[in-house]
Design a binder for this molecule. Structure first.
Ligand code: ADP
Ligand code: MG
Length: 238
C-alpha cells in the first residue's frame, strides 16, 4: 500500500506562507491532479512530499508510515519535473541505467529493469540514441523512464508536459493514462491545464494561496464547484 497522507502541512519561506494547513489523502493507486494558479504552492506541496522541503508544521505519511525523518531517497518516491535534465553525452539506455547504478543492483537486473521500462514507454528502438537527436516527447518519455526503473511506490509529476507543444501534450496525456493503468502506482500530478486535469484525474485538488479549495472527482467539481474560484478554474458558470 502506498497511500499518501498529509496532515496539517504548513510551509513558509520567510514571512510568506506558501502551504497553509494542507490535509489530503491520496489513496493507493489513485491518480490525483493538483491544479491552481501560478505561485499557489503546487510545486512546494510535491517537494514536501518528496522530502526536498521540510514542512514547518504537520506531517507526511506514505503507506501508513510517517516519513518526516526520511531523506528523499528512502521515501520510495520518484519525481519528474518540467525541465528534465538528461545526460547529453549518454545514450538513452545509459541515462536509464544511471538511475539504478546507485542501488548497486546486479547488471542483469539493471538491464531487465531498463528493458521493461523502455517497453512500457515505447523507447526500445531509441535505447542507443543520444538525447540530442530525440524529439521533446521522446525526451520526456526518457525522463519518465528514469523514474519508472526505480519502481517507486509513488510518482510525483510537476507540470511534466508544459514544455511540449499542444499536439504533443494531447498525445502524452494518453500516455500518462496508459502508464497509470500499466503500473497501478499512486500518482500526484501538477498541471495548470484544465483539460489535462479533467481527463487524467481520479480526483482533482484545487489549491489556492496554499489552501485546498476543493477536492473531488472531475464530475463533482464540474457539477458542484464549492466556490467561485473553483468554478472559474474548472471553467463552469456559477
Ligand atoms: P506553484 O508551483 O504553484 O507555481 P510554488 O510552490 O513554486 O508555486 O511557489 C509558491 C510560492 O513560494 C511562490 O510565491 C514562490 O515564490 C515561493 N517559493 C517557492 N520556493 C521558494 C524558496 N525556495 N524560497 C523562497 N520562496 C519560495
Ligand atoms: Mg510550480
Amino acid at each position: 500500500m502506498a497511500d499518501v497522507r498529509l496532515t496539517g502541512v504548513r510551509k513558509a519561506f520567510g514571512d510568506t506562507t506558501v502551504l497553509d494547513g494542507v490535509d489530503l489523502t491520496v489513496a493507493d493507486g489513485e491518480f490525483v491532479v493538483v491544479v491552481g494558479p501560478s505561485g499557489c504552492g503546487k510545486s512546494t506541496l510535491l517537494r514536501v512530499i518528496a522530502g526536498l522541503e521540510a514542512p514547518g508544521a504537520g506531517s507526511v505519511a506514505i503507506g501508513g508510515a510517517v516519513v518526516d525523518h526520511l531523506p528523499p531517497a528512502e521515501r520510495g518516491i520518484a519525481m519528474v519535473f518540467q525541465s528534465y535534465a538528461l545526460y547529453p553525452h549518454m545514450s538513452v539506455r545509459a541515462n536509464l541505467e544511471f538511475a539504478l547504478r546507485m542501488q548497486r543492483l546486479p547488471r542483469a537486473e539493471i538491464r531487465a529493469a531498463v528493458d521493461a521500462a523502455a517497453a512500457t514507454l515505447d523507447l526500445t528502438d531509441l535505447l542507443d540514441r543520444r538525447p540530442a537527436v530525440l524529439s521533446g516527447g521522446q525526451r520526456q518519455r526518457v525522463a519518465i523512464g528514469r523514474a519508472i526503473v526505480r519502481k517507486p511506490r509513488v510518482f510525483l509529476f510537476d507540470e511534466p508536459l508544459s514544455n511540449l507543444d499542444a499536439a504533443l501534450r494531447v498525445r502524452m496525456r494518453y500516455e500518462f493514462a496508459a502508464l497509470h493503468r500499466a503500473l497501478g502506482a499512486t500518482m500526484l500530478y501538477v498541471t495548470h491545464d484544465q483539460v489535462e486535469a479533467m481527463t487524467l484525474a481520479d480526483r482533482i485538488v484545487v489549491l489556492n494561496q496554499g489552501r485546498i479549495e476543493q477536492v473531488g472527482t472531475p464530475q463533482q467539481l464540474y457539477d458542484r464547484p464549492a466556490t467561485r474560484f473553483v468554478a472559474g478554474f474548472i471553467g463552469t458558470p456559477r
